[in-house]
Write a protein that binds this ligand. Structure first.
Ligand code: SF4
Length: 332
């Protein structure tokens, strides 16, 4: 069994609004990340995926639950005394334009993590910056440029190089290509894949682009209104999706081959808009849009059930009583 590098247990992150209402941005999420894998965390805008990322790296405090990195609960122990000092967990943000300081050269921006995490001479620091730039496929002379003088894809590669400065083991990729032109997205993705192989990195890859995960992720998790719907190994996820929300998302993504077209679920039209997380529906939060909604779904929240090896689904249809009902219906 591969080593678990990150274990998220019943994580909750609530934001009080000051008018007595609360946004339950993350509401009881549990999942593990294995060493060396890419776990794709996918969902529509506002589903809580970036909130999970920010809570894992300590930018947000958790309301409840555990974030265990190599067995240490960062929520309980405190981020500063653990990973933030060592730099073992890093994050790459969606917009490299705003994550790099526009008034600093690339060299100056890349010095920041080196200054925080490592004491080294000026010469050593310069050599390290040059080698990090080359590691992500950029010329070392780029260190003298300003961020505005290079392309968007190159700026994102600089962000990746900066994240590598502290020799992290886990990198959170928060929509790393969604702000980039399609023409440069592939270069950034290929560089990330190469770096993962070379440096044995583990990625939590956050995206709204489900089709991107087919070739990048080891396993895929789907999030809806702060709760996980389904988590499965990538092939099984795309070949045999079970949760009605997963099926709805997959039915609408473009496919490249006839084989993929044959595997695609029948077209399922999205019913209604995603509800506000301030007034999330009772029971299963997807019930207002689900074509398979049953009475129980409106009052009782389903729990995660392991349907097969590493394949989890959160839906009453697949809970024990749901499976019994389906069996009875088939027998009648
Ligand atoms: Fe649909 Fe019910 Fe399953 Fe929710 S629990 S996805 S409403 S069938």
């Amino acid at each position: 069994m591969p080593e678990k590098i990150l274990e998220i247990k019943d994580l909750k992150k609530y934001f009080p609004l000051g008018n007595g209402q609360t946004v339950k941005a993350v509401d009881g999420v549990s999942m593990d990340l294995y060493k060396g894998e890419t776990l794709g965390l996918v969902g529509e805008s506002g589903c809580g995926k970036s909130t999970i990322a920010y809570t894992v790296v300590g930018m947000y405090g958790a309301t409840d639950g555990e974030v265990c990195y190599k067995g240490t609960d960062l929520v309980k122990k405190g981020y500063k005394r653990t990973l933030r000092q060592k730099g073992e967990i890093q994050i790459v943000f969606q917009d490299p334009g705003s994550s790099l300081n526009a008034r600093r050269t690339i060299e100056k921006s890349m010095q920041v993590p080196l200054d925080i995490h490592d004491k080294m001479s000026k010469e050593k620091k310069q050599a390290r910056i040059e080698s990090l730039l080359e590691e992500v496929g950029l010329p070392k002379e780029y260190k003298n440029k300003m961020p505005r003088n290079i392309g968007g894809g190159e700026r994102q590669l600089v962000s990746v190089a900066r994240a590598l400065a502290t020799n992290p083991e886990l990198i959170i990729l928060d929509e790393p290509t969604s702000a980039l032109d399609v023409s440069v997205q592939a270069k950034v993705i290929n560089t990330l894949i190469e770096l993962q192989k070379e440096l044995e990195l583990s990625y939590l890859f956050i995206t709204h682009d489900l089709s991107l995960m087919r070739n990048v992720a080891t396993r895929v998790a789907i999030l809806y209104l702060g709760r996980l719907c389904e988590l499965a190994p990538t092939k099984e996820f795309f070949d045999a999706p079970l949760h009605p929300y997963t099926q709805m998302l997959l039915s609408s993504i473009p496919v490249a081959t006839e084989e993929e077209e044959a595997m695609k679920p029948e077209q399922i039209t999205s019913q209604g808009e995603i509800p506000s997380p301030v007034n999330a529906p009772s029971g299963c939060t997807f019930h207002t849009r689900c074509r398979d909604c049953m009475d129980i779904c409106k009052v009782e929240a389903p729990t995660m059930t392991e349907i097969g090896p590493e394949h989890f689904v959160c839906c009453h249809k697949f809970a024990k009583h749901g499976l019994e009902e389906q069996k009875e219906a088939q027998e009648e």
